[in-house]
Design a protein around this ligand. Sequence first.
Ligand code: S3P
Length: 175
Amino acid sequence: MVEEYMEKYPSRIALIGFMGAGKSTVGPLLAGKLGYTFLDLDTLVEERAGIQIRQIFSREGEGHFRELEIEALRGIKDTEKLVLGLGGGAPTSPENQVILQKYFFTVYLVCSFEEFQKRTGRDPSRPQLLKTEEQLLKLYCQRLPIYEKLGEKLSTEGRSRDEIVQEILTRLDST
Ligand code: S3P
């Protein structure tokens, strides 16, 4: 079964979407079904920097984090049999958009702003959550068209992780 998937499906699948969309919960499950490796771009950035994302934000600023994100994505763009979860802001950089369009089949996991708030609360590991609700809503609205441009839209609300994975597999079948 796994071999069948490996031949049939694109070699690199990216999961994008706003914080809390489920990229890092759905990603490993999807990778398991496909016999692919799951990588989380945030984790790669943290490993390369040797510090946590919130520390990168507070010490070096968001701009530096975005540069590290670009470097990390560039470093794995040729990896085969990969499911990659990207941080919510990673698809906003033009460099990353080019890489996604050229090297990845991209799925946009959609969740509403209200659902994002419910799912993430005030998680201290996510520096963006230090922003006000108004700023976050602005960020959410700015990013939606970018996610829509880059990925196959897939709603996550009211669906279990398994259902979402199944839906992605169905979409992959028709690529
Ligand atoms: C960010 C989202 C985070 C992480 C960083 C910045 C963002 O990833 O990359 O904290 O700008 O939306 P998740 O989307 O996995 O929370």
